[in-house]
Design a protein around this ligand. Sequence first.
Ligand SMILES: *Cc1c(COP(=O)(O)O)cnc(C)c1O
Length: 381
Amino acid sequence: MSQHHTPTELERLGSMPLPSADELAGRFPLTPNPAPASQSEYEQVMGELSFGSRFTDHMAHMLWSAAQGWHQREIIPFAPLALSPAAAVLHYGQSAFEGIKAYRHEDGSVWTFRPGYNAARLNHSAWRMAMPPMEAEDFVASIVDYVRADERWVPSEPGSSLYLRPFMFASEAFLGVHAAQELDYYVIGSPSGPYFKGGVAGVSIWVVKGFHRAGPGGTGTAKVGGNYAASLLPQQEAAERGFNQVCFLDSYEECYLEELGGMNVFVVMADGSVRTPELSGVILEGGTRSAICRLLRDGGVEVREEKIELSALVDGISNGTVREVFACGTAAVVTPITRLAGEGFDVELPVGESTLAIRTQLTDIQMGTAEDPYGWMYRIC
Ligand SMILES: *Cc1c(COP(=O)(O)O)cnc(C)c1O
């Protein structure tokens, strides 16, 4: 029994049909790196996969100017950028980014997950930051041509992937405050290991008061660096107290859960139903959140997108009406929350069955070991 759910704008745009990778390939012509990583460097990086510290031989690039629109599509050697010190992004933060992965399946083929969704979200973020949209086909082609050029960097061990980071920013050299007339778009990639080394471990969360990552009418629904910058100080304070991550509350009353610095939150009730904070115009609409809602609903689980009051959640954890809490996002997929604390409370939770089940269901689709009834997977090569 599937519950009715009206698709959000991102879900609607994100499920529009895309041309195949073969049809898109070649939009971003390749200039090969004359000095790619040597076989021993390559083996060293692939032998001890980390996250976000080592990058591949190439990157995708595209320019935008008010006069020419998006142009100069290319795959070029990965290298430091030459940027004017007056580039607007360095001063006013006009930028946006995405996070998406390339997965190697058992038969050697390489796939990505809902690229149309990420294309639509980058355009949403760009809109909020007064930057122009790009065609979904250009976004997907940049990933196709980049990953095809650096295919050897897509790892094959279970749980690993090539983490892709598309991003765009105001490169115009101008200190006046206006929407830039020149932008750069890049895609870089980092071969990444399973997020949980040695099994799925839980994380501890500090619920912050007094600091917010975003507010009503702000940039919370856009995937932008400024939101992350706003989360760093509370994150640092939480780390000093011994916690892994912070969870933010609404900025009117500080009593409703929003999300972590870079992941959405779910609550599993003792009756098996699941709740997640509603899309309030402040939280980021995660593709993982969307996929989990769909999988749960189609599996007959009741999912409620609603306000989640912190005090009721803490009471529920203490009296057993709340069974599990987890966070989700592309990088970590699904992360159990095993400790939740803030001013005046500190409660613990198990790594729960429902959390592990939904994580397995999603990663099986992504790794190609389970059927994909939704057409979420897109073959790159
Ligand atoms: C990227 C991000 C998420 C997760 O989005 P996914 O599409 O699931 O990766 C959640 N919250 C914030 C603030 C984010 O930046």
